[in-house]
Design a protein around this ligand. Structure first.
Ligand code: GLN
Length: 290
């Protein structure tokens, strides 16, 4: 396409190209990529379709479409995605935050508000923080909270710190390189995690979008998918304040198993939530009464 091609023409061409490459949501992906690259609101396709694009813009769009046609996810190509009220940058070391994980955040917001109201503070620990999504969204939504994001990956922690800065909560966020609790100190009001929970033999069968672009470290939950829950359950007792909460994202079929693991470690399930598809996705635990 040559300079002067209009926004509407570029969109039509992009849609065709992605559709011919077998991308299911070709129209939506084309819109998101073009709007993201040009930094335009999606309404621009309606209000400003006659806008001519220059060579540099056309070249950037062309490159992005080639990557999407090769099955790279839209938000990886753009290097960022929205989560809760945040705009997060992604890196090869971080799982792309999923909309389902916002349910974990939304479940915890009222609890964090109550704790801040009662205690004047609420310390949150996010294990396997990745982009920082869960912890940073809670810090953003609940004034008075402070958070620690722990991760085994130094690269992920750099991204999380950057996201804390970009979203205005860096003064309440600390990043700690840690294998679950190994380098974590102190006690917390809320311990939260979206750990790797995919059964190892299933990881290789995931969609290319996920398998080739999300870090395996963030997906592989060991032989039965539950390794992370066992490790966190074993360490949580020493780091949770009395009446504190431990909250997880879980795989769609892991509710009973994760509840059993937590029960063995002295925690009872006090709340559960389902995802947008109706699957069990969020569990909240508290120390069981003796
Ligand atoms: N929900 C993610 C997926 O289906 C898995 C994330 C995880 O293991 N925590 O790809």
């Amino acid at each position: 396409m040559s300079a002067g091609t209009t926004l509407a023409e570029v969109l039509a061409g992009a849609r065709r190209r992605l559709s011919e490459a077998g991308i299911a949501d070709a129209a939506q992906d084309a819109r998101m990529l073009i709007a993201g690259i040009l930094d335009l609101p999606s309404t621009a396709f309606v209000t400003d379709g006659g806008r001519p694009l220059d060579d540099a813009q056309l070249a950037s769009i062309d490159k992005a479409l080639a990557r999407r046609a090769a099955r790279e996810p839209v938000h990886r190509i753009l290097g960022r995605r929205a989560f809760s009220r945040l705009d997060l940058i992604l890196s090869p070391d971080t799982l792309e935050p999923r909309p389902d994980t916002e349910i974990l955040v939304d479940t915890l917001v009222p609890h964090a508000r109550t704790i801040v109201a009662e205690r004047g503070a609420c310390r949150i620990l996010d294990l396997g923080t990745g982009t920082g999504a869960i912890c940073l969204a809670l810090l953003d939504l609940v004034p008075g909270t402070t958070g620690v994001g722990a991760d085994l990956s130094a690269g992920a922690l750099e991204t999380a710190k950057r996201n804390a800065q970009l979203n205005g909560v860096a003064d309440r966020f600390e990043a700690v390189e840690s294998d679950w609790f190994s380098a974590v100190t102190g006690v917390f009001d809320i311990i939260v995690s979206n750990p790797p929970y995919i059964v190892r033999s299933v990881v290789g069968t995931l969609d290319e979008d996920v398998r080739l672009h999300d870090p395996i470290l963030a997906l592989d939950g060991g032989d039965d998918g539950l390794d992370a829950y066992r490790a966190i359950a074993a360490g949580a007792g020493a780091h949770i304040r009395e009446n504190g909460l431990v909250a997880y994202e879980i795989g769609y079929d892991q509710k009973d198993q994760v509840t059993a693991i937590m029960r063995e470690n002295g925690f009872a399930c006090v709340e559960a939530a389902r995802d947008l598809g109706g699957n069990d996705r969020v569990l909240v635990f508290s120390k069981a009464m003796a």
